[in-house]
Structure formats: structure tokens, C-alpha cells
Design a protein around this ligand. Structure first.
Ligand SMILES: CSC[C@H]1O[C@H](OP(=O)(O)O)[C@H](O)[C@@H]1O
Ligand SMILES: Nc1ncnc2[nH]cnc12
Length: 294
């Protein structure tokens, strides 16, 4: 990868609760992509929007059969990488932890607090150890595009905010919800970690549009979150989300240089295992996500 390299972006879209397809895709084709970590949540939908190559994955599978803790996050991200994806936009339903972020509002998240405990969080393992930086876990370059396009479309959106990732599948207790509020978190959901970490390990730029569907369970003037309330609000959100996607893809899809935020070089100084101490079987799996540095 040279500093003068021209990248022809391929845009990955991960659709969350209530977002199971993309409007306006041409040359559409669902394809099975098998990875060294198994199968992703579903087939991937390949297509083009305004000539830009796109790959869509319904995070929980079509019909939403897979809960957050059982998603094969490694296969989902590896399948994106194997499909040539350079930039991922994650679309996620979230609860609001702040009065000023009402249902219908979008948050272009810039931080995470990861409270998940059951998930495989790295492609790397015994036989090849890597430590990437997660100081800035989301791609600010994609964030700039999302911010500009929400403004252009008059979508109420906030740039910046911390997404608390809980294990689920149960929603939070009120004490937990208030604890996360006291930590200054903006929104809560169950899926964006380890998705974002794995994207960074795979050197794919990743940004999240968190679409507020409810006030979780802390707000005295609002009912506690239910699946029904999430689905209902997402039905209202999905037209806006689809319009945003349609605007963002051509903006992100222009040929460019290396990512100004550096996500595409995340592994540059991350590997610590000496070549002679590496496990050949693991290295051969890792080639599809980290081949650039192996
Ligand atoms: C259906 S409510 C809970 C569910 O919705 C969110 O999913 P996603 O991030 O894929 O939109 C949340 O994280 C939970 O998985
Ligand atoms: N309140 C909430 N908690 C966790 N995940 C959510 N997804 C949508 N609303 C949520």
C-alpha cells in the first residue's frame, strides 16, 4: 500500500433491526460467502448504486433469526473483507440515554463502551497476536460524509456520542440504564461491538448511524422499551435511513487516496508475534483479513 495509491471504494452496509434491504440497488445478486470463521448471518447482497459497488448484509439475517450474542461477527466482517469492501456503514436501532436525543433522531457515534462478555472479539489468537488501537473506534472520514449528508437531507442528527454495547438479549434494568446515563453515554444497543473492532482489525473503515427508537427505561414520561416500540419507530426511521444510504454511497464511492483517518493501516504496527513463533494454520486463516501485513 503506497501513499499514492488510488482506492476504488466498495461500500459495505450492515442493516440492523428493521433494515433488511437497500432501495435502488442495481445488478442485485445474493451470494453465499464462506469465510475461515464460518458463514455470515446471511447471504450478501451485491449490487451497484449510481455505479458504486455495494455489499449489503442484514446483520441478524433475513427475517431476523439470530440474536445479538449469537451473531458470527468474525464471519460477517471477514465476508465483507473477502468481498472487497473498503468502507462499512453500520445502521443500528438504539435506545436513547439523553433527553435531547428523542426517537427518530440519528446519532453519528464516535465512541463505544463495550459491556459484552460472550463474544469472540478478535481474528487474532494464540499463534499470531495483534493489538490495534481503538482510541478512535469509528472512521471520522465516513463520519464527515454522514454528517454532511444528514444536513443536506434535513435529517435531525447529532455528530458524536458514545454507544454503550450491552450483551442482551434482555433490555437493561432501570439501574443499569441510569448507570450508563451517569457515564455520559448517548445511546444503547447490542451489536456494534465487536463488529467495529473486527472491522478495524480487518483494516476496513467503519462508521455507525445509530437510529434512536426509544428512551430505554429511564425516562419517567416515556414507556419502557419493547420490541413493538422499536419496530414501530424503525418503520418511521427506515425511509430516512434509506434516503441517507442513497446519498452517502455516491459520496463515499469516489476514487480516493488512503483513508485520512488511518483505519486502512490499522495493522501497520499491531503484530507482536515473531515470524518463527507464528502458527501456520492461524496465519493461513488470517490471510483473508490481514494478508497485507502477513
Ligand atoms: C429489536 S430491539 C433490540 C435489537 O435492535 C438493535 O439491533 P441492531 O443494532 O442490529 O439494529 C439492538 O442492538 C438489538 O440487537
Ligand atoms: N433500549 C435499547 N436497548 C438495547 N438495544 C436497543 N435497540 C433499540 N433500543 C434498544
Amino acid at each position: 500500500m503506497s501513499q499514492n495509491e488510488v482506492v476504488e471504494p466498495v461500500i459495505g452496509l450492515i442493516g440492523g433491526s428493521g433494515l433488511y434491504d437497500i432501495d435502488g440497488l442495481e445488478e442485485k445478486e445474493w451470494r453465499t460467502v464462506e469465510t475461515p470463521w464460518g458463514l455470515p448471518s446471511d447471504q450478501l447482497l451485491f449490487g451497484r448504486l449510481d455505479g458504486v459497488r455495494c455489499v449489503f448484509l442484514p446483520r441478524h439475517g433475513r427475517g431476523h433469526p439470530i440474536p445479538p450474542s449469537r451473531l458470527n461477527y468474525r464471519a460477517n466482517i471477514a465476508a465483507m473483507k473477502m468481498s472487497g469492501v473498503t468502507d462499512i456503514v453500520s445502521l443500528s436501532a438504539v435506545g436513547s440515554l439523553k433527553e435531547e436525543l428523542p426517537p427518530g433522531h440519528f446519532v453519528i457515534v464516535d465512541q463505544f463502551i463495550d459491556r459484552t462478555i460472550w463474544r469472540e472479539k478478535s481474528f487474532f489468537d494464540t499463534g499470531c497476536v495483534a493489538h490495534i488501537s481503538m482510541a478512535d473506534p469509528l472512521c471520522a472520514r465516513i463520519g464527515d460524509v454522514l454528517e454532511a449528508q444528514t444536513k443536506a437531507l434535513n435529517i435531525e442528527a447529532t455528530r458524536g456520542g458514545t454507544y454503550l454495547v450491552m450483551e442482551g438479549p434482555q433490555f437493561s434494568t432501570r439501574a443499569e440504564s441510569n448507570l450508563y446515563r451517569s457515564w455520559g453515554c448517548s445511546v444503547i444497543g447490542m451489536t456494534n461491538m465487536p463488529e467495529a473492532t473486527l472491522a478495524r482489525e480487518a483494516e476496513i473503515c467503519y462508521a455507525t448511524v445509530a437510529m434512536v427508537t426509544d428512551y430505554d427505561c429511564w425516562h419517567e414520561d416515556h414507556d419502557n422499551v419493547t420490541v413493538e416500540s422499536v419496530v414501530k419507530t424503525m418503520q418511521g426511521n427506515s425511509a430516512k435511513a434509506k434516503a441517507l444510504v442513497k446519498a452517502v454511497i455516491p459520496a463515499l464511492g469516489q476514487p480516493r487516496g488512503l483513508c485520512s483517518a488511518g483505519c486502512d493501516r490499522a495493522l501497520e504496527y499491531a503484530l507482536i508475534t515473531a515470524p518463527e513463533a507464528r502458527d501456520p494454520a492461524l496465519i493461513s486463516k488470517l490471510k483473508v483479513v490481514a494478508g497485507r501485513v502477513l
